[in-house]
Design a protein around this ligand. Structure first.
Ligand SMILES: Cc1cc2nc3c(=O)[nH]c(=O)nc-3n(C[C@H](O)[C@H](O)[C@H](O)COP(=O)(O)O)c2cc1C
Length: 203
């Protein structure tokens, strides 16, 4: 069964507006919209979101008890069928904005693993995730490993399959990525492909 209107949530994790990962994710959003799915965008840098307080108020019902903008993100993360996340590589990890989001999503981990409430869509379709990243260094090849390990674990907590990750090395200054037309095109195509996949109803 295909979910009536597959929804995709696009989360921009860079502190820099108009930066490389912003530009790449915007392409994926365009591709997904053209592909026929609804996309909601969230810019983490615009939100008021405190770090996880680790007091496990979420043990009650799987919902974080800190009353800030995360509450709305939590609802959107709960109801989307597709997730697109972008973050630059910062010290071999994700940006601080992205990390705060991840840590607040410990509430999803609790909901799934301690309270036994799966986030899996009722349609039976596995939620699909796209991760986009950029890093200044051209090498080593494992420059993205720390970031990717974190994202994999994060998506798993959300019951989102890491369907594709698009990683761009050697881009540093704001907008450098505009010189890489093939990267922008790849992200747009990935967005369109994600839309096709979600609309296909395939698991
Ligand atoms: C705090 C900070 C830490 C960074 N750490 C790394 C790093 O570990 N490896 C790397 O290759 N680039 C690193 N960079 C460079 C960014 O990943 C790069 O400039 C990227 O293109 C920024 O993407 P954005 O424009 O979307 O923010 C760092 C930049 C900053 C500001």
């Amino acid at each position: 069964m295909i979910p009536p209107n597959p929804k995709v949530l696009a989360i921009y994790g860079s502190p820099r507006g108009g930066g490389n990962t912003d530009l790449l994710l915007a392409q994926a959003v365009t591709g997904a919209r053209k592909g026929g799915v609804d996309v909601e965008e969230v810019f983490l840098r615009e939100l008021n979101m405190a770090p996880c307080a680790e007091d496990y108020g979420c043990l009650k019902n799987g919902r974080c008890v800190i009353d800030d903008d995360f509450q709305e993100v939590y609802d959107r993360l709960s109801s989307c069928q597709g997730l697109m996340l972008s973050s630059p590589v910062f010290f071999c990890a994700v940006s601080a904005h992205t990390k705060i989001l991840m840590d607040r999503c410990q509430s999803f981990w609790v909901r799934k693993n301690l309270l036994g409430h799966s986030l899996q869509d009722k349609s039976g379709q596995v939620r699909k995730g796209l991760f986009i990243s950029a890093a200044a260094r051209q090498s080593p090849r494992n420059n993205f490993d720390g970031t990717l390990a974190s994202v994999r674990h994060f998506f798993a907590a959300l019951d989102v399959e890491l369907w594709k990750s698009l990683l761009y090395a050697g881009v540093d200054r704001c907008g450098d990525i505009l010189q890489r037309r093939e990267a922008l095109e790849e992200c747009r195509e990935a967005g369109a492909e994600l839309a096709r996949l979600l609309l296909s109803g395939l698991p």
